[in-house]
Design a protein around this ligand. Sequence first.
Ligand SMILES: Nc1ncnc2c1ncn2[C@@H]1O[C@H](COP(=O)(O)OP(=O)(O)OP(=O)(O)O)[C@@H](O)[C@H]1O
Length: 596
Amino acid sequence: MKLPFARRTARTRQALFRPVDRENLRWLWTRYLRTRAPWLLLVLLLIAGQGLVYQQFLSLTENGLRVIFEEGAVTQLARVCVLVFVLFVLRGVLSYVTPRLTAWLAANAVLAIRKDLIAHLLTLDLSWFERTTTGEIILRLVNQAEGMARFIGQSTANAVRDAVTIVIVSGYLIWKAPVLFTVAIVVIPVIVLVMQFVSHRIKAIQTRAQAALGDYMTDIEEMSNGMRTVKIAGQEDRERDRLFAASTGIRDLAVRLQATQALAMPSIDMVSAFVFVLVIGGGGYMVISPEYAFDAADLITFLLGLVILFDPLRLLAGYFAQLQSSMILLDGLRSLLRETPTIADRPGATDRFDPAGDIRLEGVGFAYDPEHSLFDDLDMVMPGGRTTAIVGATGSGKTTVLSLMTRLYETQAGRVTIDGIDIRDIRVRALRDAFSVVAQDIVIFNASIWENIRYVRPDATDAEIRAAAEAAEIAELMDRRGDAPLGPKGSQLSGGQKQRIAIARAFLRQAPIVLLDEATSALDQRTEEKVQTALRRLGQGRTTIMVAHRLSSVVGADHIYVMDAGRIIEEGPHEALMAAEGLYAAMFRSQKQSYG
Ligand SMILES: Nc1ncnc2c1ncn2[C@@H]1O[C@H](COP(=O)(O)OP(=O)(O)OP(=O)(O)O)[C@@H](O)[C@H]1O
């Protein structure tokens, strides 16, 4: 019978503070709190002051009672009353100053945590962002950081205050009546067991509650981003039901969490009632019995002491219950910081390379998902200063080639070189500075066209921005809209207008290598022709790599690669490919027939 119980206790005891919790707390302390140690010490002193106020109060009350019971001098009674009043004013002052100080300390610590999280987040690989939902990110940066502020600040300060009060008042009671106090604390093991049970459950519920909240935020983000599709497909009801279900899930978990946390306090209440019965009985007997030097004033003071202990004990129990939730939040924050970027500067990485040199893919192997490789042994050469085009069926890997060159993804075999230098030996910042990219997924911020173009080169002059806008055929719209923001994600612009902003950015950036991924696909034929001419001008003397479905736009390229399912199936200049009568020639003819 004994063994299973012992095992169970060992397991639950481990659950109260898991090794990871201890490690996380140590991290929180060394990284964010230790430097603030002098302030924390001051807080502790203020808190200890509050605890001492209670002890003094008890001692004064005892004196006051003696005056009443024994001597009956009114002046002495008045003195006691004044002192009690002064004590409570002092406590009032302390309980105003302490939270102000703790709130300030906590807010600063959380600001430091938030800054670290944001800075770390921006170092993570693109692939991490493609795996992680927006909800999970917001959850950490907003909710969990906020929760940490509460944990570090007010709740911990209060808990320390309560603990100090308990220690000081208990110390006083032990000194006054050790036997009676021993009777009172026999119930402590019961409290410990209840707390272990509660904390174990809270951790499990809080983990699920955090996941549910993250999913809910992701659902909201998806719904609001996809509103156009939702409305056209008439799926408002479905979205509503999805969000209702997610909200209901959160409600259920919140109720369960509160219910479990709330278990802590009534358990203390029940136990306290038992303690009072013991103390009134035992203490009363001691007063009545002549064997003990224990009078009515002693008993009343002791009972008052217990009453004073009662509230901090309840609050402390509540705090321990909350602490378990905070451990889950802390681990959530920590888990983000534990993510390490794989694409980072190698030791000794260089800034020195000639971006105008040839770009080569040598025996490149790559897979997004380990089960399905996309490239097995891919070789490509994009000569410096020339225009290379990559064409082929959708999903054949064209955009991925560009992603590997800019190190948004890392090759898993072989290497990519620029001017003969492995791009992994080049500093990531220096490598990316060498590229201007007009990608398929154009990011437009909710600012003016002007500001949107400037984004890629904040130090550009007004004249440079205007020239870029003119080259991209967007200057007229830019003037017309003035400072008006473009709506979230540029929702007030057409696809072609967004594309022209992206092209203007490429003009403004003036980087030595230009990557154009379906750069003009959304433009009408006349605008496309104008922009293409401008792009040819931009590409002069620069290495240009263009991905296009519309083959008419790659006719002028120096070299064309035709891709299929991650392999190069044909290559050469337009004329040679036409003469070869292969896939390219067939595609070109069929497009010519369709578009004229
Ligand atoms: N981030 C990603 N995670 C997982 N798989 C991806 C990712 N990006 C692309 N893929 C897959 O890799 C393959 C190649 O994609 P890629 O975007 O390179 O093709 P593409 O030739 O540029 O296509 P398109 O002409 O349609 O733009 C596709 O099968 C695609 O589903």
